[in-house]
Design a protein around this ligand. Structure first.
Ligand code: SF4
Length: 350
């Protein structure tokens, strides 16, 4: 640890100001902060709370039910990242559906799913497109490729989301945000200046120990000044402009829609759906899906965890009925989920 970082760490340890709630928005931050032991160096008056930045965690139960309907009733092959397979829907998970004969293919990217569709023209392949600004361009690219190559048996089920209005919906849940490094590489930092003008404070944060310590120290220093702030503490990767090409492929392929977030409800213009010209690749339209209202397990408090209103270990089934082997809610399934982080790094130490 160099001298500058040591000083920043000391400043954090010695902090004796008013209670401060800092929300780490990104699931990768939640896990890295645990893994690096940074929580252990915080005084009691600094509280880190986990936010809604894990795409699998914020995907509502109804979305899993839509995927189940496609798999079990419409005969589609579901192509998906591994985490989503174990997320419980209203009645079952996609893993349960697979045991009943549904075809579920694990893929590493939307382009893999599109390739699978091309190689299996006898199957109707639907890719489960969840994620934020970082991963959405790849879904857009897969749809564009499918249109260009004339692959009619490929579609995506969108649950893509954007973070800007989620920060606004979370106003008051935290005194400052640790903004996600990855998403910011696409969005740039303009949005954070806008949020600062609206009274919302935060810093963009990297993922190494020194970067997280620096970001936390900057929050303490800026909070002392007593006015809303924004600082880019990850300038080696995140620029003011972000990725214009990434934003352009999203803008030209998808359009903003109101979206349901697990725990946060409907947030206006926080989701993305395929534009009309791509409707042949939109699974909801192609397979005429009805609107499905999912219902999660009433014991699960994922919704409150995602808003920072409840710590995972305050959920009555945490570590008992709900474990990574037998997850009751999405936050215990996902590798980026707050419940899985608490279980892995905290619960196991007790
Ligand atoms: S511990 Fe399990 S049931 Fe409780 S909030 Fe987390 S995921 Fe939901």
């Amino acid at each position: 640890m160099n001298e500058k970082i040591q000083k920043a760490a000391e400043m954090i340890r010695q902090y004796d100001g008013p209670g401060l709630r800092i929300m780490e928005v990104c699931g990768t931050h939640t896990h890295e902060i645990f893994r690096l032991g940074i929580r252990n160096m915080l005084p009691e008056n600094i509280r880190l709370i986990s936010g809604p930045g894990c795409p699998v965690c914020v995907t509502p139960v109804g979305y899993i039910d839509e995927a189940l309907m496609l798999a079990l009733e419409k005969g589609c092959t579901i192509a998906t990242f591994g985490d989503l397979v174990r997320v419980p829907g209203s009645e079952m998970s996609l893993a349960d559906a697979r045991a009943k004969g549904a075809k579920i293919e694990m893929v590493y990217s939307p382009l893999d799913a599109e390739k699978y569709a091309e190689e299996h023209p006898e199957e109707q392949v639907v890719f489960l497109s969840v994620g934020f600004e970082t991963t959405t361009p790849a879904s857009c690219l897969a749809v564009r490729n499918a249109r260009k190559a004339g692959i009619p048996n490929f579609a995506i089920l969108t649950a893509n989301k954007t973070m800007d209005n989620a920060y606004r919906a979370l106003r008051g849940s935290a005194d400052a945000f640790l903004y996600p490094g990855h998403v910011s590489t696409i969005t740039g930092t303009g949005i954070y200046h806008e949020l600062m003008r609206e009274g919302i404070s935060g810093v963009v944060c990297g993922f190494t120990g020194p970067e997280v310590i620096t970001a936390l120290a900057v929050i303490l220093k800026k909070t002392e000044e007593g006015r809303p702030f924004f600082v880019n503490c990850y300038p080696r990767v995140v620029t003011e402009e972000g990725s214009a090409s990434g934003r352009e492929i999203i803008r030209s392929t998808m359009e903003p829609v109101d979206a349901e977030w697990r725990g946060l409800g409907i947030i206006p213009s926080s989701g993305l759906a395929l534009r009309g010209e791509f409707e042949d690749w939109d699974a909801r339209k192609k397979f005429d899906l009805p609107e499905i209202k999912g219902h999660g397990n009433p014991a699960c408090r994922c919704g409150e965890v995602l808003q920072g209103k409840c710590r995972p270990d305050q959920c009555p089934v945490f570590g008992r009925a709900c474990t990574p082997e037998h997850p009751v809610g999405a936050c215990m399934v996902s590798g980026e989920g707050a419940c899985s982080a608490y279980y892995k790094y905290d619960f196991n130490r007790r």
